[in-house]
Design a protein around this ligand. Structure first.
Ligand code: PLP
Length: 354
């Protein structure tokens, strides 16, 4: 069976050019700051994000955790969206390891936060009963909100509210380049108002490993110690940075193809009876839809899709997620749609007889 793998853009494999760059990479001990390839990647990342400095990390989860450790004290409160990756998918690291209390504010369908709700959720200073609010966490694109995009204006509104109260803003920009390509703006237009931003090399940019945390020089100097503490001080990591440099040169513009494929996928899915989604809401490379419970349960639909050769994930009970990426062609999208339509038809038929 030739599977069409729509589980995640993390399944993208390094290109030949990346592997050659990795083999040829100049390296040194990065814990001593002496890996030339890492230093070059960090400079490049800082420049792209419009920040003073950057730090290479093992993963997006590590970048987000180190950002919280650097900005916050134990016993602080941090605000994040109720659909946030940092809340759902990072093993509770902010609470368990940084010792902060997480307070949720609502994400809208696109993953945005309401600046007014953020303003009301920031604790007044100087009351010893209250945990001090020290950080607001944003996410762009928004994973659980169908890859939703936040504009520079959306981001600025929340940053203005936070900064007026002396609260920092961290942006989880694991897929920041997807947002930049969708909006046709440079990535730094999306990061100019936040205090720091993390982004992933290992998602749609096709690198095997890596994420970068970017911010002021002072922030990055402090983050370096926290990274060491959580075991992220790597030695000849330049072999990984070499792939990252190729990714930043060759993998960003092509994200538009993934977005076009996701749009086509969403339009096709919307025409299949028993599936519910609004294709207009799918802005980047993530498509999330609901299966009508009258047709079947989410887990049973996924099993049937797997048997038909389509791999997907499920973010919620009746929800299915499909992600387009470099290894999914437009023909794959048509074939996936044909297979999904067949599965849905068979399940509807079985339900009709039963
Ligand atoms: C994937 C992802 C992360 C975490 O990245 P890992 O490298 O898998 O640890 C963080 N935030 C968002 C929005 C993500 O999609």
């Amino acid at each position: 069976m030739n599977f069409i793998d729509l589980r995640s853009d993390t399944f993208t494999l390094p290109t030949d050019e990346m592997r050659q760059a990795m083999a040829a990479a100049e390296v040194g001990d990065d814990v001593y700051g002496e890996d030339p390839s890492i230093n070059q990647l960090q400079e490049r990342a800082a420049e792209l994000m419009g920040k003073e400095a950057a730090l290479f990390m093992a993963s997006g989860t590590m970048s987000n955790l180190v950002a919280v450790l650097t900005h916050c004290q134990r016993g602080d409160e941090i605000l994040m969206g109720d659909q946030g990756h940092m809340f759902w998918n990072e093993s509770g690291g902010a609470s368990a390891l940084a010792g902060v209390q997480v307070r949720l504010v609502s994400n809208d369908e696109q993953g945005r936060l309401d600046p007014e709700e953020v303003r009301k959720s920031i604790r007044p200073r100087g009351n010893i009963h209250f945990p001090p609010t020290s950080l607001v966490c944003l996410e762009n694109t928004h994973n659980r909100c169908s890859g939703g995009v936040q504009t520079p204006e959306d981001t600025k509104k929340v940053c203005d509210v936070a900064h007026a109260a002396g609260v920092k803003v961290h942006l989880d920009g694991a897929r920041i380049f997807n947002a930049a390509v969708a909006l046709e703006v440079p990535a730094k237009a999306l990061t100019q108002d936040v205090d720091d931003v993390s982004f992933c090399l290992s998602k749609a940019l096709s690198c095997p490993v890596g994420s970068l945390l970017c911010g002021s020089q002072e922030f990055i100097d402090q983050a370096r110690r926290w990274r060491k503490m959580v075991g992220g001080g790597m030695r000849q990591a330049g072999v990984l940075a070499a792939a990252g440099l190729v990714a930043l040169d060759t993998m960003i513009d092509r994200l538009a193809d993934d977005h076009a494929n996701a749009r086509r996928l969403a339009q096709g899915l919307a025409n299949i009876p028993g599936l519910r989604l609004d294709p207009e809401k799918m802005q980047t490379n993530i498509v999330i839809f609901e299966v009508d419970p009258a047709v079947t349960s989410g887990p049973d639909f996924i099993k049937a899709l797997l048997q038909a050769g389509v791999k997907v994930t499920y973010p919620g009970l009746q929800q299915i997620r499909m992600v387009t990426h470099r290894h999914v062609t437009s023909q794959d999208v048509e074939e996936a749609l044909a297979r999904v339509a067949r599965v849905a038809r068979e399940l509807r038929g079985a339900r009709g007889r039963g």
